[in-house]
Design a protein around this ligand. Structure first.
Ligand code: ADP
Ligand code: MG
Length: 374
């Protein structure tokens, strides 16, 4: 990476940050490296690169690694011995029992997909992204993160956007919700009959980010976190605020006692439910979901995804679902767009793209995802 030493962490991709962490851990020539969920949230190809990197250093320097992971597939590939931790207790440490556990996790992953399939004709466009470009920085060090992105989102559908780490997914999300200045391009919102050009954040477009811890203010109780969007939108009636928050909490299946808690007192899954509740409070018609389940274990991931499907059905919402996980996209999305180095290289129905990918990068993506399915 050019000038990596001059960059701040937010200017690096997830994979790049983990390389920095590995360099830091190695710098004191340790005997043991504790690797706590180091590939969570990375896509399959980068995941493999990072783990290969760490374990290639292990071959040279002979340190021990304690790999903590909810990803049983990488544990199987890289570890000599396995200990299973469940409800604070260690279980049998044979690889075979882990394999059994894996099967039961896999089964839990098969949540019900009760999406209503619509014919193309019934669909009307709700959002159009036209020639969107975004470059970070200037001169030699500049990064062209998005290059002329064109996308259409239909009412009630889920558009899956898939791409490797650094392909521009988060930049696309931030541009779509207008929290990042774009260089050029247009966002057109067709809520009513007259199209509206969006140049600032709009309450009809909600968002859920990957990092549930980072997206909730650690100093604010959940109630205040949920109150904030209502308050910012000009709602001042305390009773009505309270009612809206309680209604929403029920919809995302959270106990109301949690309203009095701080984010760190919640599990990752609960925090993601709070983020979903918050995105729903202003009654959006579109929600942009940036890797909403990548940091969660398989079981919780399945639950959050089925919650999202139910909410979508009830409210006829349109989703833009960003993920590096083909399995998630295959189950959730109606259509798919493949993002590679800032460009949409392929798009179409999920079924078509997954069975007949025409782009080389898409083919590679599908193969690297199946590597994780070993
Ligand atoms: P993804 O979400 O697909 O991993 P990002 O949108 O985060 O990708 O990043 C796309 C590219 O833009 C990467 O090369 C990344 O290093 C770069 N980038 C992202 N944010 C910044 C920033 N604030 N400043 C400079 N470069 C950035
Ligand atoms: Mg991202």
């Amino acid at each position: 990476i050019p000038n990596v030493l001059d960059r701040y962490p937010h200017q690096l991709s997830g994979g790049q940050m983990q390389r920095v962490m590995i360099a830091m851990a190695m710098s004191i020539d340790p005997d043991l490296i504790v690797a706590d969920e180091i590939t969570t949230g990375l896509d399959a190809a980068i995941k493999m690169e990072i783990l290969n990197l760490l374990f290639s250093f292990q071959k040279e320097s002979h340190f021990s690694v304690l790999l903590i992971s909810h990803d049983i597939k990488s544990v199987q590939k890289y570890c000599d011995r396995v200990v299973l931790l469940k409800s604070g207790k260690t279980k049998d440490n044979s690889v075979a029992s882990v394999q059994g556990e894996r099967t039961s996790y896999e089964n839990q992953k098969n949540f019900k997909n009760n999406k209503i399939k619509k014919s193309e004709k019934e669909q009307s466009i709700i959002l159009e992204v036209k020639h969107l470009c975004k470059t970070y920085g200037v001169g030699e060090d500049s990064v062209q993160a998005l290059k002329k992105i064109n996308l259409e989102l239909y009412k009630g559908e889920t558009l899956g956007v898939i791409g490797e780490s650094g392909s521009g997914k988060t930049t696309l999300v931030k541009s779509m919700i207008n929290i990042l200045n774009r260089e050029s391009g247009e966002l057109i919102f067709y809520e009513n009959s007259n199209p509206q050009i969006l140049n600032k954040p709009n309450p009809r477009l909600g968002v859920v980010f990957q990092d549930s811890q980072g997206s909730l203010n650690p100093k604010m109780k959940i109630f205040d976190t949920l109150k904030e969007p209502l308050w910012l939108s000009g709602e001042t009636n305390n009773q009505s605020i309270q009612k809206k928050i309680l209604d929403q909490i029920i919809k995302v299946d959270l106990d109301k006692v949690l309203l009095d808690a701080f984010p760190h007192e919640l599990s990752g899954g609960q925090r993601q439910r709070v983020s979903i509740a918050r995105s729903l409070l202003l009654n959006p018609s579109i929600i942009v979901l940036d890797e909403p389940t990548s940091a969660l274990d398989i079981k919780t991931q399945g639950k959050i995804l089925s919650l999202l499907l139910n909410i979508q059905k009830q409210k006829k919402l349109s989703y833009v679902l960003i993920s590096h996980d083909l399995e998630v996209i295959a189950k959730m999305a109606d259509r798919i767009a493949v993002l590679y180095k800032g460009r949409i290289v392929e798009s179409g129905s999920v079924k078509h793209i997954l069975s007949h990918p025409s782009n080389d990068y898409t083919k590679k993506l599908i193969t690297s995802n199946s590597w994780m399915n070993l």
